[in-house]
Design a protein around this ligand. Structure first.
Ligand code: TYD
Length: 233
């Protein structure tokens, strides 16, 4: 039995979606917005977020010398995630911070489940184990047609602002299955997920995300550091 460790005094917001939907731009923007308002915020990403998890990221996304099966991929990503949760995410949440994370366990369900065809119930169990039951308070799905997402991503690569990874080379059909699985997760938990059309105008998307996050913070009485009295951060 897990310890039921979803209790914390912070706020955990995750950005998810197919490649090229603008997660990194929008998560960075939310981070900057909250920092400006004096919230205690941690901006992080997966795979990665700690030194060990960054090593695993390199192996899973860029190493071409080893054949990695979908199962091993799921296990490596889960190991990285577990380290990230223990070392970075949970301590920040327990200190009352806002954690903004670019991808989390939902990507494993979408990519290794939807994309590669691993059993989703198995992946749910693996996620539960790796995170010790941690769920996001809010998941923002930047939804985009994979063809559009991949061509956007390739433009960034061409401009030297990003690099391709192994997942993006798996083709449109793979990416379409990934997208379907993300949308399925969102429709199953509409209170936790906010679906946003990733092709919209960046400023408008940013404003919509900020409005929703501010509403969630207010409903939990999470205030900026300077406005809090007697709260240890
Ligand atoms: P991302 O950081 O969004 O890509 P980039 O920095 O290249 O823009 O994501 C890395 C890739 O890893 C992305 O294609 C999705 C994939 N991924 C999985 O397949 N499973 C997972 O559990 C995670 C977290 C990511």
């Amino acid at each position: 039995m897990r310890q039921g460790s979803n209790s914390h005094s912070g706020f955990f917001v995750v950005f998810e979606g197919p490649d090229g939907g603008g997660k990194t731009t929008q998560s960075g923007r939310l981070f900057a917005h909250l920092e400006k308002l004096n919230y205690e915020v941690k901006w992080t990403r997966e795979p990665g977020g700690t030194a060990l998890a960054d090593l695993i990221r390199k192996v899973v996304l860029h190493d071409t010398t080893h054949e990695i099966s979908p199962r091993v991929e799921a296990l490596l990503l889960s190991a990285a995630r577990s380290q990230h949760v223990e070392e970075v995410i949970r301590p920040a949440l327990q200190a009352g911070r806002v954690v903004v994370c670019d991808r989390f366990k939902y990507s494993t369900v979408a990519y290794q489940g939807g994309g590669s065809g691993l059993n989703v119930a198995d992946l749910d169990g693996l996620n539960e184990f790796a995170t010790d039951g941690l769920d996001a308070d809010l998941v923002i799905l930047l939804d985009i047609d994979p063809a559009e997402g991949l061509s956007r991503k390739l433009r960034l690569v061409g401009a030297g602002e990003s690099e391709t990874n192994k997942m993006e080379l798996r083709g449109i059909k793979y990416q379409e299955r990934v997208r379907r699985r993300f949308r399925m997760m969102a429709s199953e938990s509409p209170d936790r997920w906010l679906i946003i059309d990733g092709t919209g105008e960046a400023d408008e998307i940013g404003d919509e995300i900020s409005r929703r996050v501010m509403k969630e913070l207010e409903s939990r009485s999470i205030a900026p550091a300077s406005a809090s009295t007697g709260r240890l951060i």
